[in-house]
Design a protein around this ligand. Structure first.
Ligand code: S3P
Length: 455
């Protein structure tokens, strides 16, 4: 994979304080979560699914390669052209073929966990692995419910990759209550339920992103969503639906938009509009936080595309104040804490981000964010599962070299911090950014940023 090669000669860019405001109108790459699901459901549908706006980042390309190894045909609409237009020729539910070789899912936890769901109810055997970061992340959270459906797994210690999965010959429908709020686990069980007789149910005490449910409906499956006590949801799919190929428009990824958005808030005088961003309410926790901190953010031209709400998001720089971010909000913004922590470092006062236990099992480790901020002269503390950042309202010192630990979000967050800090910030390795946001550095510089690529 590109990552391991990059360890030998990492691209190690430096972000210096922008000499003027960030100004412009941009589009960010397609939503990663929706892109994975478009390829996967396209592969399980009958007919040709046409996708526009697919994220052509490494994570999604890993999903496409795995689906092709399982017998589907996912490819750019025009050979050799990377413009986000893809087609998937589906093989139908039950149609996955045994892959001849290892499925290597690179850095992508979503690819690994959702594909394991699909594999769990197909009577084939597959061997799954990933890069050094993904091989550290726990798979027990999907192995456990998928074993109840009847799949068999052999894993490394701690249910880590590489693992072998043999899908169930006669899958058993289950009703599963999520022990952690995870859209990946929910989706893995629902995808397994597609090739399982009867009704498969996932109960989520705290709602998580619902792209799988929305897209299943878009492909013609019947999905029942009922409220569950305490604000939760009960999601049920009936086995063997007829999934009919359907066109998909992938909105811009709110998790990617978060980086230029926060950059616009913290670089004085900036005014940036990001067009066509997904604003699914289960993804917009960051906007709530930033608004509570006093940010000037407006949503323009709100509309619906392909079953998902979309808007143009305009952000203008201004003073930010610290805020208390409740743990209940975490599932709606789990990937946004690194960049929220950067906003907090530029705000006046104390920001407490509560209930971040899940960050410990992601690419973005809590301790890495804290260590990076500390080296930039920001007052920061980790208290149990809470991250506390104290800013004085002025630009942070910066002047640090940041270890990003193969985490694309750490890389982007600290480059954004460097645009606002007094001294330049350098990151150790920019190559992981291509997993989710190809072209990030060029786009930031196009707005007026000063990120020098080296290495
Ligand atoms: C994702 C769910 C989240 C998120 C990840 C993408 C998805 O993970 O962090 O980047 O597409 O379902 P968890 O389900 O582990 O919270």
């Amino acid at each position: 994979m590109a990552h391991s090669a990059s360890l030998l000669s990492p691209a190690s860019p430096t972000a210096a304080q922008a000499s003027g405001p960030l100004i412009g109108t941009i589009r960010v790459p397609g939503d990663k979560s929706i892109s994975h699901r478009a390829l996967m459901l396209g592969a399980l549908a009958i007919g040709r699914t046409e996708i526009t706006g697919l994220l052509e980042g490494e994570d999604v390309l890993a999903t496409a390669a795995a689906l092709n190894a399982l017998g589907a045909n996912a490819a750019p609409a025009e050979k050799g052209r990377r413009d986000g237009r893809w087609t998937v020729d589906g093989i139908g539910i039950g149609g996955l073929a045994e892959p001849e070789n290892l499925l290597d899912l690179g850095n992508s936890g979503t690819s690994a966990r959702l594909l394991l769901g699909m594999l769990a109810s197909h009577p084939i055997t597959a061997f799954v692995t990933g890069d050094a970061s993904l091989r550290r992340r726990p798979m027990g959270r999907v192995v456990e419910p998928l074993s109840r459906i009847g799949a068999r797994f052999v894993t490394r210690e701690g249910a880590r990759l590489p693992l072998a999965v043999s899908g169930a010959t006669i899958p058993v429908p289950i009703s599963y209550r999520l022990p952690v709020p995870s859209a990946q686990v929910k989706s893995a069980v629902l995808l397994a339920g597609l090739n399982t007789p009867g009704a498969t149910t996932v109960v989520e005490p705290q709602p998580t992103r619902d792209h799988t449910e929305r897209m299943l409906c878009h492909f013609g499956a019947s999905v029942a969503i009922e409220p569950e006590g305490g604000g939760g949801r009960r999601v049920t799919v009936e086995g063997f639906p007829e999934l009919a190929a359907a066109p998909i428009i992938v909105p811009g990824d709110p998790s990617s938009a978060a980086f230029p958005l926060v950059a616009a808030l913290i670089v004085a005088g900036s005014d940036v509009t990001i067009e066509g961003v997904g604003i699914n309410p289960l993804r917009t926790g960051l906007l709530d936080c930033l608004r509570e901190m006093g940010a000037d953010i407006s949503l323009l031209n709100e509309r619906e595309e392909g079953g998902e709400p979309v808007a143009d998001v305009r952000a203008r720089a201004g003073a930010l104040a610290g805020a208390d971010i409740p743990a209940e909000r975490a599932p709606r913004m789990i990937d946004e804490y690194p960049i929220l922590a950067v906003a907090a470092a530029c705000a006046r006062g104390r920001t407490v981000m509560r209930g971040l236990a899940e960050l410990r099992v992601k690419e973005s480790d809590l301790s890495g964010i804290a260590a990076g901020l500390d080296s930039c002269g920001v007052s920061v503390a980790v208290d149990g599962d809470n991250l506390i950042v104290e800013g004085d309202g002025g630009p942070p010192t910066g002047g640090a070299f940041i270890e990003t630990r193969l985490d694309h979000r750490m890389g982007m967050a600290f480059l954004v911090l460097g645009l606002a800090s007094r001294l330049p910030v350098r990151i150790d390795d920019a190559t992981p950014i291509a997993t989710s946001f190809p072209g990030f550095i060029g786009m930031m510089n196009g707005l007026g940023g000063a990120i020098a690529e080296e290495g």
